[in-house]
Design a protein around this ligand. Structure first.
Ligand code: APR
Length: 235
């Protein structure tokens, strides 16, 4: 185990599962009745805009009915009490990390509570429905806002600062992700290449579990608070 100062945590849908938000590749492999490949693409948006806007409107409305769980809260506690650096990189588009109190956070796949204008390219806070008409608060374009979600085939956000943090970290922890989607699934290999200790906390083995130095399997709401307490005991 190296001396731990700088920590990077990657989270996926599994950390929000116990809050009641569906994972992407759970039983049946459908996300709320759709294959992600059919709904989470620029082509799907062009082919059937109402389906895609309506799908994300439903996801956005769903946020009002869920709350952070003990895993989100434990990571917020770690951020508040850890003397070194901590960055959370989440693949999730929900706002549960923020609502638990996390601030040092990057949403690499975008956010439900943000809209992207297809005219001016601005990202703006958005909490309502897109179906029924929108006006861009930045350029006033009508009905040209889309979900600020990184679709398959699009470049994830803030890859430069993420890679810098992975290279600089001493500890990389992956929580609640299947390791099915790149570039996030490759983060453990960047951390390994720069001699970080790597830990997987997941319900079951991910596709990349063989890359990790250590792993604990179980529910995030149990594993993450236990892990945070063990790290803070080292501080
Ligand atoms: N506690 C811990 N892990 C859990 C729990 C839980 N309660 N429930 C499920 N998991 C684990 C599953 O074992 C699985 O490995 O969480 C993982 C969820 O995997 P996915 O559904 O593939 O979600 P994720 O890895 O976040 O998907 C990555 O794929 O569809 C795209 O952009 C989308 O961000 C998403 C990306």
């Amino acid at each position: 185990m190296v001396t731990v100062r700088n920590i990077v945590v990657l989270t996926g849908a599994g950390i929000s599962a116990e809050s009641g938000l569906a994972t992407f590749r759970g039983p049946g492999g459908l996300w709320e009745g759709h294959r992600v490949e059919d709904i989470c693409t620029p082509e799907a948006l062009d082919r059937d805009e109402a389906l895609v806007l309506g799908f994300y409107d439903a996801r956005r409305r769903g946020l009002a009915h869920v709350a952070p769980n003990a895993a989100h809260r434990a990571l917020a506690k770690l951020e508040a009490e850890w003397p070194g650096k901590l960055l959370i990189v989440t693949q999730n588009v929900d706002d549960l990390h923020e609502r638990a109190g996390s601030r040092r956070l990057i949403h690499m796949h975008g956010e439900l509570l943000s809209a992207l204008c297809r005219v001016c390219g601005e990202h703006t806070a958005f909490a309502g429905d897109m179906i029924g008409g929108t006006v861009c608060p930045s350029c006033s374009a009508r009905d040209r806002l889309r979900p600020d979600i990184v679709f398959f085939g699009e470049m994830p956000y803030e890859m430069e600062p993420i890679e810098q943090a992975l290279i600089a970290c001493d500890l990389f922890v992956s929580i609640g992700t299947s390791g099915a989607v790149y570039p996030a699934a490759g983060f453990v290999q960047i951390a390994n290449a720069t001699n970080a200790w790597t830990l997987e906390l997941n319900l079951d083995r991910s596709a990349g579990s063989h890359h990790f130095d250590d792993a604990r399997y179980g529910a995030a709401s149990q594993l993450v608070p236990e892990w945070v307490d063990s790290v803070l005991a080292m501080a």
